[in-house]
Design a protein around this ligand. Structure first.
Ligand code: PRP
Length: 292
């Protein structure tokens, strides 16, 4: 693979196979990058940016970034922290949300982590778990497993597990209940701490800028509406946009057209209120890129 990488390009490592893979590719596309893959998810090239992409197992990404084998990586923050990788976190990516939790069997007598003193906990995150429990002055024996951790209590390997949960379905299927949350995580963009190559540094900054624009765009919708002039003040307070809305008089007397940006997470609540106070002909459009 080495000779396929262009040393003038920056190299990004993303997850080879898992929950972050598609989100990572989607982010690149939303940032306007056109990716050509070899179909086997080993290596990809960007057609319109000096960027090579390699598909790597999660656990290896922080180390490859730290040692400069690749320049940047997209990986769960849980992996970065567990490995204690010496990398810079450039951007939280707003996907891959999960929690590291301690869980016990539903019929277990354990009700809090204090009941786990001197017991065994199975996990793939020994560092995060031992640090957390040490702080709480709880002494446990950690059984390190690389997968299927949720089976451990049923197999009598451990009294509890510490594992990632996202939808909660794995815990539910395994008849486990959460007793403590240790760590909240999401995907992050990481880079090497010291990049001595100015050109690469500029390219990385440029990519971060593009990712931010794509992320911001997702948080807003562009809306246009007609409204009675006498409601304008109220509407501007409700949907101030990025600075202030664009207001144009309509040929219909006493009416204006308003254009503004509205935050996605308050979208329906605000649209309903706008309607109630008299706005009509409301059109909402997605924003492709947003540079604030
Ligand atoms: C994680 C974790 C659980 C599962 C929980 O594994 O180890 O098994 O996700 O997710 P849920 O709450 O949505 O059911 P993942 O699928 O990421 O892969 P892994 O088993 O290879 O770690």
């Amino acid at each position: 693979m080495k000779n396929r990488l262009d040393s003038n390009n920056i190299t990004l490592a993303i997850q080879k196979k898992g929950r972050l893979t598609q989100y990572s590719i989607d982010l690149l596309e939303k940032a306007g990058l056109v990716i050509d893959t070899d179909g086997q998810k080993l290596y990809a090239k960007c057609r319109n940016f000096p960027l090579d992409i390699v598909f790597i197992r999660d656990e290896d990404i922080p180390y490859l970034v730290e040692t400069g084998v690749v320049d940047i990586g997209i990986v769960g923050n849980n992996v970065v922290v567990e490995i204690n990788a010496l990398v810079d976190t450039r951007l939280p990516l707003d996907f891959g949300y999960c929690r590291l939790v301690i869980a016990v069997q539903n019929d277990s007598s354990v009700s809090s982590i204090r009941d786990l003193n001197n017991k065994k906990i199975a996990t793939s995150y020994p560092r995060l778990v031992s640090q957390y429990l040490q702080k709480k002055k709880i002494s446990v024996e950690i059984i390190q497993l690389n997968g299927s951790v949720e089976l451990s209590p049923a197999l009598n390997i451990a009294s509890a597990i510490a594992d990632l949960t996202s939808t909660g379905s794995t815990l539910a299927i395994s008849d486990l209940r959460i007793i403590e949350t240790l760590f909240e995580s999401q995907a992050v963009l990481i880079s090497q701490k010291k990049i001595n190559n100015n050109k690469k540094q500029r390219l990385i900054d440029n990519l971060v800028f593009r990712f931010q624009a794509a992320q911001n765009a997702q948080k807003y919708k562009y809306i246009m509406m007609n409204a009675p002039q006498d409601k304008l003040k109220q509407i501007i307070t409700m949907v101030p946009g990025l600075k202030s809305p664009t207001v144009t008089p309509l040929t219909t007397k006493g009416w204006v057209s308003i254009q503004t940006a509205i935050q996605e997470d308050a979208f329906w609540e605000k649209i309903q209120k706008l309607k109630q106070i008299g706005a009509s002909g409301i059109i909402a459009l997605p924003i492709e890129k947003l540079i604030t």
